[in-house]
Design a protein around this ligand. Sequence first.
Ligand SMILES: NC(=O)c1ccc[n+]([C@@H]2O[C@H](COP(=O)([O-])OP(=O)(O)OC[C@H]3O[C@@H](n4cnc5c(N)ncnc54)[C@H](OP(=O)(O)O)[C@@H]3O)[C@@H](O)[C@H]2O)c1
Length: 407
Amino acid sequence: MRRISILGSTGSIGVSTLNLIEETLTPGEDYELEALCAGRNAALLAEQALKFRPRVAVLSDASQWADFSERMKGSGIEIACGPEAVEAAAARPVDWVMAAIVGIAGLRPVWAAAGTGATVALANKESLVCCGRSLILRAEAAGGRILPVDSEHNAIFQVFEEAERARIRRLILTASGGPFRGRQREDLAHVTREQALKHPNWSMGAKITIDSASLANKGLELIEAAYLFDMPSAQIDVLIHPQSVVHSLVEYSDGSTLAQMGPPDMRVPISYCLGWPQRHSWSAPPLDLCALSTLTFERPDTEAFPMLRLAREALEAGGLMPVVYNAANEVMVQAFLEGRIGFLDIPATVEAAMMRAQSLSMAFGNDLRHDVECIEQADAETRAQLAVSGEAAHWTAGTQGQAFSRA
Ligand SMILES: NC(=O)c1ccc[n+]([C@@H]2O[C@H](COP(=O)([O-])OP(=O)(O)OC[C@H]3O[C@@H](n4cnc5c(N)ncnc54)[C@H](OP(=O)(O)O)[C@@H]3O)[C@@H](O)[C@H]2O)c1
């Protein structure tokens, strides 16, 4: 019997996790649900809570409280509201947590969950990108561990032989290339939100879908891989693999390269985390190898998609630079989703924010400790600066190479 919490239960990963749990586990026998947490979707959270009967259901957005509490009336389930309540729910002792809140909003809940000693299935890559190894060490110190949900890291996790670490030449992360694969930089100036949201292979939340289109997702994953597997940037490569069947690879110095393959379905890595250390049987769609006529791999175009290059620079700069990269990206993705900026403004602004952070490292006190307050300060500083600058209106000059040059 395992006690389980799901943070971000109303999102793409959260819903897939609940579907898998419903299909494969018996409530009261295999598991009991401690907490379901979500952002603002009161209707879906209430529906999930009434069906799965967690001990507590928490909505972060206070403006939806009246609606949520009305829907939950008479259920007998403990309910709460606000970011602090989400964090408190994440801190409840459980055996297994799905951490699937999107963006920096996941930072405190993930940090809290990691401190409980639970096994944390981590989908919220942004928290790891910001916390670095501190998050992994925190989980281990509490007697738990972080398991990667991202399909690429989950693939590497499955074929990474810790005892052979010294003989690992490199990790190879694969990327679908997103909807704009093959386009030149100038072709990207006027792409629309709708085009960017049409991912060729994966069905995901809006933020990660835009990140996939700009390759920021692969950038975040590069940083995530370095921290998860304790590998230097120089030993992590990215290859575009449009079929999204080989989810990532580990190359060993004896000439063997081990890959994990599977259909592009997030339930595969989620089920791996759910079952770990055993494999977890479910009605997984088989991989039809004969139907795959070709598997192709190509180098990413970092000229057209600078977010990957910028992520590597952030990783190599270290300290809080990945926090700046993440914060600037989140602000700009939101602005793009709201139709306020163009697609190319995303990398231009992130690059400018990183350059500014480098020159103003005093503003972050040169404090390289990755504690939550320190991360939140760097995150807030970056967001405040973008707000002061009027986001892209100011930074777009960088796109045209007028206002900024690289140090
Ligand atoms: N989707 C994928 O295939 C995939 C693959 C790999 C990694 N990931 C990662 O997994 C995470 C979730 O992705 P997703 O695609 O599932 O995103 P999503 O569909 O947008 O769902 C995000 C979830 O986070 C919740 N949330 C947002 N703000 C919150 C807040 N302030 N407090 C509490 N909950 C909040 C949302 O609640 P409401 O909907 O109620 O607002 C929703 O449940 C991301 O970090 C993403 O990078 C996703």
